[in-house]
Structure formats: structure tokens, C-alpha cells
Design a protein around this ligand. Sequence first.
Ligand code: SAH
Ligand code: SF4
Length: 453
Amino acid sequence: MNDRDSENIAAQFIERGWEITDDENQADVAVVNTCSVREQAEQKAIGKLGHLIWLRKPFGKDFPVVGVTGCMAQNKGENLVKLLPDIDFVAGARQTYKVADIAIDIYNKRKNGITHPPIPKGGKRTPKTSAAFVDVSDDTRSHLYINKHLPILGTKRACAFISIMQGCQMNCSYCIVPKVRGAQRSRPTQDIVDEAKKLAAEGVREITLLGQVVNAFGRELGKTDGITEFVRLLRAINDIDGIERIRFTSPHPAYFGDDLVSSYADLPKLCEYVHLPLQSGSDEILKKMRRPYKTANFLKIVEKLRNAKPNISISTDVIVGYPDETDDDFSQTRAAFKTADFDMAFIFKYSPRMGTESAKLPDSVPEEVKEQRNQILLADLAEQSMRYHDKFVGTTQEILVEAPAKRGENLFMGRTRTHRKAIFKATPKDIATLVNVKIESATVTALEGKIVR
Ligand code: SAH
Ligand code: SF4
């Protein structure tokens, strides 16, 4: 989601005649788009901001203008100015659509020698003398224009994200997202379909729909003939010429109805891959987390999905070390992890977030135990992923070619419909086309093979 918001910010600058550089030393403006989900993400962003500000300091430079946006900006607001008085702006998660205007205004003023309030003698600002512009106001209509800018096209591109909603209406006890992103607001279905058509016309072949509880999209509209608005949206995108593949992330088990399960069998473009966050396999912990399902319901959805599409790949998110998680709770998570047979997973050590319900509880599981549980699940995952990948060896897979691989001459990367990464020899003109690749070997993280023409 942040990647998509960052694309949007970059596109705002380009629309105003600016260029994007990979080299921060060259930048006149630097924007850090931030996450708040875990403490570590916030610490990393603060370190990065400090470094960007430092870029101008020893050299007495006025630039880059340094600003921060996204969830941490929303979460910390004025406190960021106390921490980093030299920062130029703090624009909350609901202001990302106007970041370029804020930054360019500061840039122009500074170029013309206007800083307000002026930098004190010795050049050292305090929170009091900080000139930072702060806007973390609630903007309940931001979802309507937050996606105004398509990703930077021009270069051939196979895949694109579409944010179909903003915010989240759940209240998982550990999660800061509802606080920083606000309540769920869905975009109008037609706007999203139009955006997908434009992307298809630009050569994009794969669309990933994004939302915190993506399958609750349009829930205020209810169901029509037993079909949710989300499934209607999937059907409408399935009908767009040029789009070959559809994915979405992240769905919530509580909204995973049979209409969505059967879409995997009915909609040819819906890829047989789903990222379905479990969080914990212990009903006790799920209840404490305020996740409104039991492990058995979750596993039932997995079973139905595997019946609808036997080769479906399923990945998940798990939190280890939630307050008072016992060895027994953790064993239940491990058991569910095995039964669901996840092929991929993000495993997180619980991190208390200020302002959430669970942050009031003692963070009772010691760091070493969290780390141990993390390692155990990672080892289970490596085994499951390897077993899954081994099954691909000797088969021929339809791959959408995405980009040159990070390493290796003439090597390119693409993905199977099941979202497995594949590496193979190809040419730049293959980008954004579907090719058949005979898989010759596999590692835990990728498949390797040759294009069969
Ligand atoms: N909306 C998505 C998840 C968004 S946050 C969903 O509900 O599935 C991405 C992941 O971060 C979550 O699934 C959860 O596993 C993890 N996460 C969120 N808050 C966390 C916290 N306080 N500590 C550790 N992990 C957390
Ligand atoms: Fe956070 Fe829960 Fe909403 Fe996901 S569903 S964003 S974990 S509150």
C-alpha cells in the first residue's frame, strides 16, 4: 500500500515538471513515506530522516527539503518536530495526495531566501524555532483523490497496484492502522474499473487490488443477489481486455464468503494465490487479539479454497509473542500453520504500539522467547516452501515477465500465477508478456528454468 502511495507522490512531482532521482545526494526534495505497524519500522524511518537532514548540514546547504508522510507522520505529528526540528514538513497518511504541493512550496520559498521563522544564529533549530509545516488533519474524502495519479508509466510495465479503499474498520487489539488510517472508505467501483482500463491500455497485464480488509470493499452497499460488491468488482475487472491476471491483498477471514471462494473457480483471470492472514492458531489468543474467527473457521476457508482450486498457493501473516502467549498457544499456531500448509508467510514478533488496546497490557513474552518462536516458524516455513517449490520442477509454468533479475546477464524475473518468483533467460521485449517456462530447479525463494518458445 505504501509502495502505491509512493508511486502516487512521485507522479505528482513528475506532473509538476520534476524528475525522480535514485541518488539522494542529488535530490532537491526528499520525502520519506512511512509505516507504523511495528516499532522497528518507525525507528528505521527516523534514522533515514536524520540522515537526509544531515546531508545539507555540514555543507551549509539549503537542500534537500526533507519531509515525512504516511502512517508514522500521522501517528507522531508534532512530536516528530520535537525530535527533528530541522525537518521541513510532516504530512499525515491522509495528506499524501498533496505532498508535492507542500514540498514544492517550501522549496520555492527557500530558493527565494524566505525561511519562516528564520534559522536562528548558529543554524541550530529547536522545536520552538522549527519552521516545519505540519498537517495531520482528518480528511474523510482523501480516498477519492488519493489515487488521482496513475503509476509512472512510459516504461513498459507488467504489474500495477490499485488502492481500492483507505482505512480499516476492524479493531484488532494490537494494530495501529485504524488509528492512523481512519475508518474504512471505499472508492466508487466505476472509478476503480476505469483506472484498471487505463492501466490495461498502457500495457499493464496484472492488477493487484489493495486494501486493509480488501474483501470488505463496499460493505456498506451490502450484497446484491448474494454477491458482495468486492466480487462484483473482481468480475468487472475480469471482463477488461488486456488484463490477464488479478490479485488482491489482504483479505480478512471474517469477510471470506462462498461467493469469493467460488470466484477462484469462475473467474479465469483471478490467480490461484491468496494471502490470508491467520495471526494466531490459538482461539484464546485470537479472541484476545479481537480477531473475529476461530482457527477452525480459518482452516475451513483454506479447505474450501483448495477444493475450488487444488493448486492454489496460500500465504499468511502470523504474530508470535502476543501478551501472555503460552507454549501451548504457540504449538497451536504451529499446528494450524502445518494444516493450512502455507507456502509463504510473514512472521512478526509482537511489537506494542502506543494507542492500541494491547499496548496497555504488559509485553509479557520475553524477547528471547519471541525470537525462538519466530525461528521455529521460519524453519517450518522453509520446509513447507521447499516442498511446494520442488513440485514445480519438471513442469511448464505460465510466467508474466516483470523485469531484469537483480543479478545475472540476460536473466529476467517473473511470477507464476501462484505468485512464485521465477528466474530465466529472456530479452527486454519479453517484459509484460506471458511466456511458458520449463522449471529446471528450485530453491526456497525462487524457481529457475528456460523459456519454451
Ligand atoms: N490489514 C491486514 C494487515 C495489515 S498490517 C490484515 O488484517 O491482514 C500487516 C501485518 O502486520 C498484520 O497482518 C500483522 O501480522 C502485523 N502486525 C500488525 N500490528 C502488529 C504489531 N503490533 N506487532 C507485530 N506485528 C503486527
Ligand atoms: Fe490492523 Fe486488523 Fe485492520 Fe488488519 S484488520 S489493518 S490487522 S486492525
